[in-house]
Write a protein that binds this ligand. Sequence first.
Ligand SMILES: [Zn+2]
Length: 209
Amino acid sequence: MIMLYSCASSRIIDRPIIFDSQRIELTKEYLDKRYGIESDSININPKMIVLHWTAIPTLEGSFDAFNGAVIPGWRSVVENASTLNVSSHFLVTRDGTIYRLMPETVMGRHVIGLNHCAIGIENVGGTQETPLTEAQLMSNIWLVNYLNDKYEIDYLIGHYEYTKFEGHKLWLEKDDGYRTEKEDPGEEFMKAVRDATKKLNFKPLPQKQ
Ligand SMILES: [Zn+2]
């Protein structure tokens, strides 16, 4: 019997969300309208990892929220800014399974101001009944290491910290009125991931005046 030894990336399971011509066009429109980036490319230069929770308790519910190209109409503030649906590059289930929903270097819509340089990791759960798990913590730590080996990542942030980048050179959102309040993935989870990835020496977050 032949034993197969797993290489690092085999821990990732590809489960692509819809990325049809409509989503590509909406992504280009988002880059142009929100960031002033007029380009035929929807690729990003990853400089940052943003951790999230979906606030949806199941894998399928979370996947469905990202799958369509167009945002459902119920999130009017977000919808007004663009009809491109939200997405992230990775989705981690409650047992720590890692799904890759889209290519790592294509723009996902998961963090205002910073999507042009940010890789998103979503975690299933985050409701009162579904706090993030130890297995998710381990998989996030693994993913942060994996991405840091592959790209020149400067920053690791929790979604709730994104407004600290207002005024920073990476911040490109044009509309000062377009902000959403976030608390994901929780301070405790962020502290645990940061403690476990100290040796990667990410830059400290910008201090706003
Ligand atoms: Zn988030």
